[in-house]
Design a protein around this ligand. Structure first.
Ligand code: MN
Ligand code: MN
Length: 452
């Protein structure tokens, strides 16, 4: 374990690589703020690199580059090696959803000449973070014919944005007395959407808004029931700090790991064994749905592979002889909140990718706990390849905790370890990461794909 700040060990040439990789990452997360957009953009990049949809392939053999998409929101990419997949395979799994506000099925209401959109928050957020910041809206509405209407407003330079208002401090005597939990109920996260009325008696602003939506996008109020609208922070991810050492951006949990493991797969030369990048949705809400890590999609994908590679072996063989990384973020020690961390087991900024043995909370509740043997192998391959990495835990035992998709791969009997980038202000509208840690994560994933 290189227990040093990565900037101290890298020469100029390496630093240039760190900055240029970070720029590509920054652009990617600025342009792809939803799981649908992440899937579309990554598939497009993969196709350029020669990846083919396995649904269109009758046979799969060594050297093939493949992918399979599930319902536009989950995707698996793979490079097929010479060794049969049932003998040795590597998986890196990351999630591409992020905390946000979703519009409710009946979101639109008018009050005092203003129209608002009611939201339901998705994932664990501090609700007050979402007040008074510019917000963008990404939506896919599907009308009854099955036709999709795509709406994206708030991230192009000339676009309008949206916001959730807050009470002025001058009148906040009562609000100041409330706890944070009491002060910001979920039902108060209502987005300002329009204020110009039609010449009509009842709900004139709402009527005007729907005439705009009908004209521009062809959607009615009822169409919103069959839609997915995500409210996310507006604006690009940015370099942070005079030295540009950090990135401030939305959705870095877990696009920092999903982007780096996707790029690691794309950039790694074919080797003996097969390697896969598995990108899942719905992690932030417990991984219950058909596009989540618990979906049978993964199993069906492996079955399809076995069939198309002509193998007579079973899923059991593949799982038993595979190794996995659950690529998800960890929490970086934040000097502003020292009391929440165990300093001896906290991840430090610029000290490389985090290897988290224990997730969960309190008495390891919900933790996946890989074996000492598996961790020893991870240590070996990272050290042999001079990866900046650190052993870390989220924070103090009784302060909380968190789980990852590691659970759903470990339960298939695949050795699985949590390994990802450290984040400050995790789950805030704009999260902070270190470019040194992002690059270390990318190198760690490449090492995992290729090391013996
Ligand atoms: Mn995560
Ligand atoms: Mn998360």
């Amino acid at each position: 374990m290189l227990k040093i700040n990565a900037w101290k060990s890298w020469k100029e040439k390496e630093k240039e690589k760190v900055f240029s990789f970070a720029e590509e990452y920054r652009n990617f997360i600025s342009e792809n703020k939803t799981e649908r957009k992440f899937v579309d953009a990554s598939v497009e990049l993969a196709k350029k690199a020669g990846f083919k949809n396995i649904s269109t392939m009758k046979k799969i053999e060594a050297g093939d580059r493949i992918f399979k998409v599930n319902k536009n929101k989950q995707v698996i990419f793979g490079k097929i090696g010479r060794i049969p997949i049932e003998e040795e395979t590597r998986f890196i799994v990351a999630h591409i959803d992020a905390p946000r506000l979703d519009l409710k099925p009946n979101p639109v209401y008018e009050d005092e000449g203003m129209v608002f959109l009611k939201t339901r928050y998705y994932g664990g957020i501090k609700k007050y973070h979402w007040l008074t910041i510019p917000l963008a809206l990404y939506g896919t509405a599907v009308i009854k014919t099955g036709e999709k209407k795509i709406i994206e407003i708030g991230d192009k330079p000339d676009d309008p944005v949206f916001t959730i208002t807050d009470l002025l401090p001058h009148l906040s005597k009562d609000q100041f007395k409330k706890t944070i939990e009491e002060g910001f109920p979920g039902e108060s996260l209502n987005v300002v959407a329009a204020t110009i009325p039609l010449d009509d008696d009842k709900d004139p602003v709402k009527k005007n808004l729907f005439s705009i939506l009908k004209d521009r996008y062809g959607i009615s109020e009822e169409d919103l029931i069959s839609s997915e609208f995500e409210v996310v922070p507006a604006g690009q991810a940015r370099d942070l700090g005079f030295d540009r050492s950090l990135i401030l951006g939305y959705g870095q949990d877990d696009r920092v790991c999903s982007y780096t493991c996707f790029r690691a797969l794309i950039d790694t030369k074919e080797n003996e064994r097969s390697m896969f990048c598995v990108l899942v949705d719905q992690e932030e809400i417990g991984s219950y749905g058909s596009t989540s890590a618990q979906s049978a999609f993964f199993q069906f994908f492996i079955e399809e592979l076995l069939q198309k590679t002509g193998s007579k072996k079973s899923l059991r063989d593949v799982y038993e002889n595979s190794r996995a990384i659950s690529a998800d973020v960890s929490s970086l020690f934040d000097p502003g909140f020292k009391e929440a961390y165990d300093p001896r087991n906290a991840a430090r900024i610029h000290h490389g990718v985090c290897v988290e043995r224990t997730t969960g909370g309190r008495g390891k509740a919900g933790s996946t706990e890989p074996t000492a043997e598996y961790i020893a192998w991870i240590r070996k391959i990272f050290d042999e390849n001079k990866i900046h990495w650190q052993s870390s835990e989220l924070g103090k035992i009784e302060q909380g905790g968190g789980g990852t998709v590691a659970t759903f791969f470990a339960r298939l009997n695949i050795p699985t370890i949590d390994c990802g980038t450290g984040v400050i202000s995790m789950h805030a509208p704009f999260e902070v990461t270190s470019k040194a840690d992002i690059y270390s994560t990318y190198l760690a994933y490449k090492t995992f794909y290729t090391a013996k």
